[in-house]
Write a protein that binds this ligand. Sequence first.
Ligand code: PLP
Length: 379
Amino acid sequence: MMTTWKFDTLAIHGGQEPDPATGAVMTPIYQTSTFRQRSVGEHLGYEYSRSGNPTRTALEANLAALEGGDHGLAFASGMAATDAVLHLLEPGNSVLAVSDLYGGTFRIMQQVFRKYGLQFEFASAIPVNSPQETPSLIWIETPTNPMLKLYDIRAICSWADSLSPRPLICVDNTFATPYLQRPLELGADLALHSTTKYLGGHSDVVGGAVVVRDDELHARLSFVQNAVGGVPGPLDCFLILRGIKTLAVRMERHAANAAAVADFLYRHRTPSRVFYPGMKADPQSELARRQMRNGGGMVSFIHSGGEAQARRFAESTKLFTLAESLGGVESLIEIPAAMTHASTSSSPLAVDPALIRLSVGLEDVDDLIADLEQAFQAS
Ligand code: PLP
């Protein structure tokens, strides 16, 4: 039954049904660390909440349904999910990653896993003609954080098919969400999320997830999830499940507001460049149409006045709150070079210090544009 449901229905009902014990319509928060065993080893499917918890099971099934996968795994943060994927590799293995990506992902690769013998190559275009090593894992973020650059998932997957042995392909789908883009249907092996962002949707919880189709890959990830232990608590799982119920309607409004904001910035004299994949003038708009349902809720631009004016601008908005993170109902503004991407400074991945990133929320778009206009004037 569930597999025939469309996205909006799955978002609300996937992996969930009224609680058989009480009829509670919302999945209960099973706030327990352990579960009774009737006799040694005889239990109702749960032993200990690091290994499994019913609220987490509902979230994991829901995430799998939304991504068109067979297995979901929930983690304590997006970084814990990334850590679990990188733990699939062996010393000496090589990772080919896109060169514009979340600063924390760059940091865990360079400062944590490199010292255990993994090698990382960052490329601004994939497929690459001759990678330094045949990668064991290809890491794609699309749209990227913070430049909103797109990578063609289907094309990268068919290139990977020609490599021997075929690398695993992981797509960080945080910016797009499964409502806009489903990497597993385009040939990827793993879809990864910071559920902190659009899936949670209300800036009140930190979480992460990975969705796969392959049973063996799922078994290996489940082992890491339990052995390393970066799992979310039941209340966090509940909050993410609740957020997901409105994902489809929120993403429509995020995208409509972001498109209007991008258009305003594009016409304005101050930004020197505007990045929004949903905008006709964006060089990647054709790929965006092919790969994504709409352009999403993130907009970036370079302030033509340079770093100091960009900072003044970001400190002058009244409705856009100066803060890290994204994907909540409220609009946020940040300077990636000094905030979310500080760990890439003095690396080849460093971003323009005058780049401003907007997470466009669900407020009235006229108010958002008026706020940006007054911030241009004030800075
Ligand atoms: N991936 C992307 C694209 C992100 O933007 C972030 C956080 O901003 C992460 C992963 C890490 O997620 P978390 O902060 O939940 O650990």
